[in-house]
Design a protein around this ligand. Sequence first.
Ligand code: HEM
Length: 489
Amino acid sequence: MLQLNTIVAGFAAAVIFVLYYYRQRRSCCRDPLFTEWPVLGMLPPLVCNMWRYHDYVNEALRRQAGTGNFIGPSFARMNSIITCDPMNAHHVLSKNFGNYCKGPVFRNIFKLFGDSIFTADSDAWKHQRAVYHSLFVKTKCLEKLLERIVQMKVETCLVPVLDHVERQAVDVDLQDVFDRLTFDLTCSILSGSDPKSLAIDFPEVECKRAFNRLEEFIFYRHVVPGRIWKLQRWLRIGVDKKMAEPFEAFDRFLGETIATKRAEMSQKNETKKQENDMLSLIMKGEEHVDDKFLRDAGFGIFLAGKGTITSALTWFFWLVAANPSVEAKIIQEIKQVKELKKQVYLHAALCEAVRLYPPVPYVRRQAVIRDMLPSGHDISPRTAIILSVYAMGRCEKIWGKDCLEFKPERWISERGGIVHMPSYKFISFNAGPRTCMGKDLAFIQMKMIATAILKNYHVRAVEGHPVSPMLSIVLLMKNGLKVRLTKRG
Ligand code: HEM
């Protein structure tokens, strides 16, 4: 009897302690997201609001003056600082760049996919950045190659497919069209071969399907505690087991692409014919480059250039369809200005789309040694810092009261050029030494594709089709973008 009483008293004491602890936490922090629950930390409210994750975090950060301390479950090592404060972004990405790395946790998430520039730190990162720099910046040959490839692809695939869809008078998922188009373009730029996934019959292409599934898995590893997915990997169960098949398929595809390229190169060496795709350029520029380096670089280029452009174009077309006055101005400019670089209004509208819907909605870093953020938050080396690019693009302090409106005009200066936005205010292409290396290439592709579509068709979003962001490392639309096309006169 005495034993039972002790158990009941112990249980009651534990319940009182938990309630008291929770009440104390609640009273010191009124925000539902940044309220700590026993054992589970701040995960429960986040999980309950997963379906509107980006907006939920954005709203919570507003209430926290831009920066919040996220405590994960005690077993999960998910503690992080989430911020949309431009001064913090500037500190982490530029001012104190040397103290903020991608770190082992981030690298672990991508481990299976090799050592691409996206996960590398220190010397490994410097080496890869130098290789990409000579490809993207020093020589302009990649730009010229890209223009040629996009032009051809638009004429021979995109327009015929859209013409077909228009003649059939059916709805089409524009996001799927862009996904196929950017996959084919990335393959062509990388190796000069086109898998032709964008065609009238919308074929199922194995390597493309495999890559899309891998992107979903990467997101899973971002949000599920490391200990859980590592255990699943070890036990060969769950999502990690399902990753094996698409991983092998995509790895095989990259391996075959590299082998074919090597064979081509050795033949071409004899005939001295010049090749300008990325793999050929890397092989020519680097001495004794091994297959692993090429494979990692190849995977990195797919990660960098496929989803980001698909995302930017999808949200851009959705915003333009909802803003007829913007559409009219773009059409007027397309008619008057043929040169891509001089299409200022189109450029501004694309910047505005990636401000409101940044293709990479979060950037993650980890401090090397203890530091203090400009907002006053203490940073210990093991704490992750999550920069919410999505929340920064909607920040009233940066963009003003009309921050939620789609207004390309805010990007146009009085003299008619593009306004230079300090990199710490607009980080959709990142900022500082690790700034996006493909920004110019991205604008070339986006402008050429947007021009080809808007010149030929009026794009109307299908009424009632639900539009919301997908939970993914790239900000895609969950249900795609269903549109109806009509030919312009
Ligand atoms: C709308 C299109 C794009 C957007 C919004 C974008 C955005 C970004 C962002 C946010 C990062 C930093 C990621 C991080 O550090 O966590 C990044 C890095 C990078 N991007 Fe892009 N990107 C785009 C297109 C491209 C394209 C087309 C390429 C090349 C084909 C490219 C190449 C790179 C590379 C190489 C890096 C790594 C830079 C480094 O770590 O030093 N990007 N990009």
